[in-house]
Ligand binder design. Sequence first.
Ligand code: ADP
Length: 578
Amino acid sequence: MSAVLSSAPAQTSVRPQVDGFHLVIDALKLNGINTIFGLPGIPITDLTRMAQAEGMRVISFRHEQHAGNAAAAAGFLTQKPGICLTVSAPGFLNGLTALANATTNCFPMILISGSSEREIVDLQQGDYEEMDQLAIAKTLCKAAYRVLHAQDIGVGIARAIRAALSGRPGGVYLDLPAKLFAQTMDAAAGKASLIKVVDPAPRQIPAPDAVQRALALLKGAKRPLIVLGKGAAYARADADVRALVERSGIPYLPMSMAKGLLPDNHEQSASAARSYVLEQADVVMLVGARLNWLLSHGKGKTWGAPNPKQFIQIDIAPTEIDSNVAIAAPLIGDIGSCVAALLAGMGANWAKPAAEWTDSIAERKDKNLSKMAATLALNPSPMNFHSALGAIREVVKARPDAIVVNEGANTLDFTRSIVDMYEPRKRLDVGTWGIMGIGMGFAVAAAVTTGKPVIAIEGDSAFGFSGMEVETICRYNLPVCVIVFNNNGVYRGTDINASGGADVAPTVFVKGARYDKMMEAFGGVGVNATTPKELTLALNEAIASGRPTLINAVIDETAGTESGRITSLNPQSAAKKK
Ligand code: ADP
């Protein structure tokens, strides 16, 4: 225990005391949590200092949202809740966006915010940064708790960890009023009050009849398909997931953050024939993937309607089943246990899908892949998305251990389909909401938790949301190379102001901006790259040196489409379609 405030001086009757600050630190450490992402300020400044003094890694950000995003990504990468620490009211609200996003993505994190005093907040008497934070957080995360007494800190942290990790992972809010930190109690009693959480994410074994139902459906399928989602990546059942795909011989589609669970150049990957397999498959097995907008809700033209489809869904959350369409064979449990049960039930003589199905997929894949190879081989000037990503694709192939962070509109869509991933959990992106702003937070977390090189591929608009965190990257000297795809604007840089007025169009940025200078301002390396060759050189150099680097990749400002691949979600386009 680290936290003895006063060891007995002259009178032996004075027992050592511990304060709330140290009880929080000790409770986290006791549970193997050694990193805090946060932003110091009243009332948690001393908590950050003391945590560092007690050997925790404290990564300070420039804005709480990015600290929160870092905590969320750390949770996804480590299966331990990432911790984000903020001040009250505005700091809390900034962190809350990340907490809600983590919950939506099923990433475990805990947002710990200092808060004003209950007595004043509840009577609305106008305290410094007064806000009823607990009430606000409750609706936006999986669970929310407040601790008022030092002796309850152990319970509060234990409950937060268990809520974040068990079942479907998610975000938890922990409200710690300023007064709590200064409370003291007997050190021995304090130590005894802490809880080391036993089995925080218990295995959930699927029911044998549910396994048999799923296997029977799969066996009868003529054109089966497996869809791997980020739940499967999170679950870390990598060897069994791969065995399931390979022993069944079933073609699979990885959702974007499940890329690399099996290498993208695996012969059973159907990514290059995505539309075809979604349309044609008769039985689809979802492994840690939800039938939300990213999968067109499991219905409609994308899914070959009116062709009938049957779904098997492996998920830890029973209420996810039937969320969009009927699920014929739900398999509820943790992915590791479910996949192991399927493998055991398949036996050695499982009949692989008919060649008619797999050959027809291979044919389409070959066609689409050669089309893509031809596009990537072009070398237009200025660069476009394809030529720049063609260069990055080769670097990632040579460094499959590097983590790719990716956000933007066109930059996101093109990267996802062009840059292959080869290892699990090496791709972090905009996730379930399809948001922007995760870039630098995710990049910092990836570097801090893995120590591997990080390549953040960013649209110029997306980068703007978290760009100031390049200072954080430089301050901690992290091996992060940010590549800004600079086409002078949101989607494109060519929009014009329809009124003819002096202001540029809402989607246009400063032309020819030099984002690389931002990294130089903080002592990192900045490179302006105008050709794929320059881009390759700079990226290889960044990976070799491990120095914080920002490459301003100059992209043709006419390249890019409105909203990337989700143009149809713009109200005007949606109305036209009706
Ligand atoms: P994607 O966006 O890649 O399609 P989603 O985030 O939509 O993935 O889906 C992930 C799903 O995985 C969620 O429904 C979640 O409940 C589930 N999940 C997360 N962890 C596990 C686990 N360990 N075992 C089983 N299911 C899990």
